[in-house]
Design a protein around this ligand. Structure first.
Ligand SMILES: Cc1cc2nc3c(=O)[nH]c(=O)nc-3n(C[C@H](O)[C@H](O)[C@H](O)COP(=O)(O)O)c2cc1C
Length: 343
């Protein structure tokens, strides 16, 4: 109520990227104050053993995470747990700092409950971001999402991902290899069989590594990805990134409500192909507990929000966790883990 009546109109008066920076600054400054973060926690945190899970060897206090690209530079790590998140994805991080695409590069599609972005991996680079993350363990699991600098040739992408991974290896609880953002020319070609095989072969760190896929892959292409994921011991799939399949400009990746059904289809497909054995983080168009539950029952153990944070505000995390508890009770499940892949 408070967010939609007061904060959102204030943020919406500004350019979307400026509004996002304001929101992040607020998160960072509240996180620096113990009193403020305790107050935030008392309002937003939902704790319940039915929400807890161990997935790819890591303990998660609840299944609701912050999607990659929201806190690219690890500025809000103190406050995310107090806002009730069960984990967060930092990044995408590239080996070197880079400015990203020319603004404007983030657009609201308010009537559709969507965003279009072509940020192009603006970030402070692996060294600066590593310095902001304390070595493990963390209060909630931190995943670092890795991309590649724009000028790195696709044939050398594997080395670049491996080098970034190495710089951050003792900072993150798990990693996500991002080969699915539409805003770095050619990046999504890294999802092709031969290129992906070569890339994954170069990753040797002893930490869980997940792969994030585009919703625009066909099921056949997803099957090729799954084969390689199994071959290289990848710990799980993040499904999905933004889609380029949208009829109207501006150019960029579309997220939010129009992506919801397709992202769920991808999750369902991955889950069925693996008889539910490969852990999945489901993301795309989640605004409510029902949306999150749809992805869980389709096969996702964990879910993430991004565009939903913009439209619903930070209470989205509490609302989803409370709503999930209600839905579990309604359907007779004793925990999230029991509900995964049961549609
Ligand atoms: C402005 C913006 C920036 C993003 N940046 C990244 C990124 O750097 N790396 C990444 O893997 N995904 C990135 N994403 C994609 C999200 O993590 C998520 O996969 C996608 O937005 C779908 O979820 P949603 O519908 O809840 O937004 C970005 C999304 C938005 C809207």
């Amino acid at each position: 109520m408070f967010y939609k009546a007061l904060v959102r109109p204030w943020l919406y008066r500004a350019d979307p990227e400026v509004a996002h920076e304001r929101a992040l600054n607020l998160v960072a400054s509240l996180g620096r104050s113990r009193i403020a973060s305790d107050a935030v926690e008392s309002v937003f945190l939902v704790e319940d053993r039915r929400l807890r899970q161990t997935v790819f060897g890591i303990d998660f206090p609840n299944p609701v995470g912050l999607g990659a690209g929201y806190d690219k530079n690890a500025l809000g790590l103190e406050l995310w747990p107090a806002l009730g998140f069960g984990f967060v994805e930092v990044g995408s991080v590239t080996s070197q700092a880079q400015p990203g695409a020319e603004p404007p590069r983030l657009f609201r599609q308010v009537t559709q409950h969507a965003l279009i972005n072509r940020m192009g991996f603006n970030n402070d680079g692996a060294d600066a971001i590593a310095a902001r993350i304390s070595p493990t363990p963390h209060r909630i699991p931190i995943g670092v999402n890795i991309g590649k600098n724009r000028e790195v040739d696709l044939t050398r992408a594997g080395e670049s991902y491996a080098a970034t991974l190495h710089k951050l290896h003792d900072r993150a609880d798990f990693f996500i290899i991002n080969v699915s953002s539409p805003n770095t020319p050619g990046l999504r070609k890294l999802q092709d069989k031969e290129m992906l095989d070569a890339l994954l072969a170069q990753l040797h760190e002893q930490v869980p590594i997940l792969l994030k896929i585009a919703p625009d892959l066909s099921f056949d292409q997803i099957d090729d990805v799954i084969t390689l994921v199994q071959k290289h011991g990848i710990a799980g799939i993040v499904a999905t990134n933004t889609t380029i399949d949208h009829p109207t400009p501006p150019e960029g990746g579309l997220s939010g409500a129009p992506l919801r059904a397709r992202a769920t289809e991808c999750i369902r497909h991955v889950s069925r192909q693996n008889q539910g054995k490969l852990p999945i983080i489901g993301v795309g168009g989640i605004f409510t507990a029902e949306d999150a539950y749809e992805k869980i029952r389709a096969g996702a153990s964990l879910i993430e929000v991004w565009t939903g944070m913009i439209y619903e505000g930070p209470a989205i995390v509490r609302n989803i966790n409370r709503g999930l508890l209600r839905l579990l009770a309604r359907d007779g499940f004793g925990s999230i883990a029991e509900a995964v892949g049961t549609e």
